[in-house]
Design a protein. Structure first.
Length: 420
């Protein structure tokens, strides 16, 4: 197994000590581009840190990585540039204003120089169709693919003189991966890699395995079930790196996890909870494929039973509506029973820009898992459950309980010693 990257022996300034690498898998998607643009805008004083928990009084006194010290790089399967991706977002919905793009243009160009080709090993047709004909390189054998990802991460850290780096999975939602005995243990999984068993992995599996092998903290922000299989989680825990996931909770499910406890607390029985989601953009294109959609629907549909303690009639539907772009819309209908068996209903509509909702969560998460590593924590970071639809390390889905656990962790971390 490869050794973790070692910092080059050079004299390190105080500013360099605050520099933290951020490696984005899916580096030129709408979310990744918004994360980068937002981080640079806040660092330059061009925007307020609205939406960041780590910019509230709760985070005061915490030795968090400063946003101005974040150095971004990543893997991407499409042939484009961050400048083109940002301009595409501006043209589609204006969430990245033209004056902001002009101010960070040089940053976007520099970010583009730190983006390298990703892998399409067993990615599925929904993701493969995002790549134009002739652009996709022939997939390497699994061991070679992993070695290349590891080399890319080492080169990034070496060139930028980084001693710390956080990896974040922002790739498009992959088709579900059928469970296999090869996923159960690290030894079995590595035999599968040696045997080039491509049907047992997705691209995100290889990305997460490479990060774990180099002892790098990892945030799994997508619904893909192939990313943190038990074998990969074992490697993270064995090597001492913290990880968090999965599937960022940004819209309908966020509202659902806040509202569902209301019915539980007041002993109002939920009879039916129907949810209908419409979205466009590349996420919509990918989720228009039934294989990929099944992964996302499963992620959104688990919340209610875990909060309520029973499973009401429930259905989540997702449709691709090209004209919406990244401005998704969700409509929910809740039918419930109250005193004397009288039936009532509640409805809500949630409309928002997906990347704008998600980007501050990504920035919060990468700063918090990086802090967790410096605090000597390893494995699943259950205190970050409030950020995810399917939090790893806990079955708790009640947003209020999740929130109080995060606050308790932040309080404990304030003033506690951390590694430099």
């Amino acid at each position: 197994m490869a050794n973790p990257p070692r910092a080059r022996r050079t004299r390190t300034t105080a500013a360099q000590k605050d520099r933290v690498g951020v490696w984005l898998f899916g580096a030129m998607g709408g979310l990744a581009t918004t994360v980068f643009a937002g981080a640079r805008a806040i660092a330059r004083g061009l925007a307020a840190p609205q939406g960041l928990v780590t910019a509230t009084p709760l985070a005061e006194g915490l030795p968090l990585a400063p946003l101005e010290g974040l150095v971004f790089g990543g893997h991407e399967i499409r042939r484009s540039t961050p400048r083109e991706a940002a301009r595409e977002i501006h043209a589609a919905n204006g969430s990245l204003p033209a004056p902001l793009l002009k101010a960070i243009d040089r940053d976007l160009v520099e970010y583009g120089r730190r983006i390298v080709d990703g892998t399409l090993v067993n990615a599925g047709r929904g993701i493969e169709k995002l790549v134009a004909d002739g652009e996709a390189a022939k997939p390497l054998p699994l061991r070679e693919a992993v070695a290349r990802i590891q080399d890319d991460l080492r080169a990034f850290m070496r060139k930028e003189r980084l001693t710390r780096c956080v990896c974040v999975n922002l790739c498009s939602t992959e088709p579900k991966l059928a469970p296999s005995p090869a996923h159960a243990t690290l030894a079995a999984f590595e035999r599968a890699l040696d045997g080039d068993k491509r049907s047992l992995v997705r691209p995100s599996t290889l990305y997460a395995y490479a990060a774990a092998s180099l002892d790098l903290p990892f945030v799994h922000f997508t619904p893909s079930d192939a990313t943190l299989i038990p074998a990969v989680r074992q490697l993270f825990e064995q090597n001492g790196a913290p990880y968090a996931g999965r599937d960022g909770k940004t819209g309908e499910t966020l509202v659902k996890s806040a509202l569902a406890p209301l019915f539980k607390y007041r002993n109002l029985r939920v009879l039916s909870w129907q949810g209908y989601n419409m979205l466009g953009d590349r996420d919509g294109v990918v989720l228009d494929d039934e294989e990929n959609k099944a992964t996302k629907v499963e992620s959104k549909d688990r919340v209610l039973a875990q909060i309520l303690g029973y499973a009401p009639h429930s259905k989540v539907a997702i449709d691709y509506v090209p004209s919406l772009g990244d401005n998704k819309t969700a409509w929910d209908f809740i039918h419930f029973e109250g005193f004397l068996g009288y039936r009532m209903s509640l409805q809500f509509t949630w409309q928002g820009c997906d990347a704008v909702l998600a980007a501050p969560l990504v920035l919060d998460l990468l700063r918090l898992v990086e802090l967790a590593q410096r605090r000597g924590e390893r494995g699943a970071q259950a205190q970050l459950a409030c950020f995810f639809k399917q939090p790893i390390g806990t079955d708790e889905q009640d947003l209020h309980v999740q929130w109080h656990r995060l606050v308790a962790w932040l309080t404990a971390a304030r003033g506690a010693p951390t590694a430099p």
